[in-house]
Design a protein around this ligand. Structure first.
Ligand code: AMP
Length: 218
């Protein structure tokens, strides 16, 4: 059974960036609920229509909408290793995930908390860019795409996220503190939590993750 890992952290902590590195190195299947929802909004599916107003307002989408999606994903993943990036984000989601794992006879191996200070988050989000097609993360200053506005991986359009406006960022940080931060204790008590310093460069944070997971190589 491959490793099942959760990435936890505030908006702008660098979850997406670390997820990319981990997924490549460890051969994990990646589920970013944020990317999945943005694709659904773009494609104007039923899910996208339901989620759009919450996302624009910087709020979490309702638990029942997202839990079903994750269950479907884990069923498909089966014994392969996977990385959940941006899920769970509420206690109800974490408890539902425990049930899903039990039902599918799977176990959670690690929860990696990427911890950042508010100043770093604000600075990062102000310059963050994302590929509209594949969700690859960029930064206008520290990691711009080779050709402006074009994704290095898939050639899609690299844009600023609609919810990275200052007012929405504030709301998303509040949602994180209120609803998601309690999960740190939840997983600490289960003995699954690994905390790394997300204020460092992407490489340095990733080195810390690998050291704490006991991953060698690359
Ligand atoms: P992210 O790309 O992870 O920052 O997610 C962008 C937005 O998608 C969030 O601000 C939420 O509105 C929504 N979202 C993503 N994952 C979840 C989740 N697990 N629960 C509820 N809402 C979510």
């Amino acid at each position: 059974m491959g490793l099942k890992i959760i990435l936890l952290g505030a908006p702008g902590a660098g979850k997406g960036t670390q997820a990319e590195l981990l997924v490549n190195d460890l051969g994990l299947v990646h589920l970013s609920t944020g990317n999945l929802l943005r694709e659904a909004v773009e494609a104007q599916t039923q899910l996208g229509k339901e989620a759009a107003s919450y996302m624009e307002a910087g709020k979490l989408v309702p638990d029942q909408v997202i839990i079903g999606l994750v269950e479907e994903f884990l069923q498909k993943v089966g014994p392969s290793g996977c990385l959940l990036d941006g899920f769970p984000r509420t206690l109800a989601q974490a408890e539902a995930l425990d049930e899903i794992f039990k039902k599918l006879d799977m176990k959670l191996d690690y929860v990696i908390e990427v911890r950042t200070t508010p100043e770093v988050i604000v600075q990062r989000l102000a310059h963050r860019l994302v590929c509209r097609s594949c969700g690859a993360p960029y930064h206008a200053q520290s990691k711009p795409p080779a050709k402006a506005g074009v994704c290095d991986s898939c050639g899609g359009a690299v844009v600023r996220r609609a919810d990275d406006e200052p007012e929405t960022i504030k709301k998303r940080l509040r949602e994180y503190q209120e609803k998601t931060a309690p999960l740190i204790d939840y997983y600490q008590q289960k003995g699954l939590l690994i905390t790394v310093n997300g204020d460092l460069s992407r490489e340095a944070t990733y080195e810390e993750i690998k050291a704490k997971l006991g991953v060698t190589g690359k």
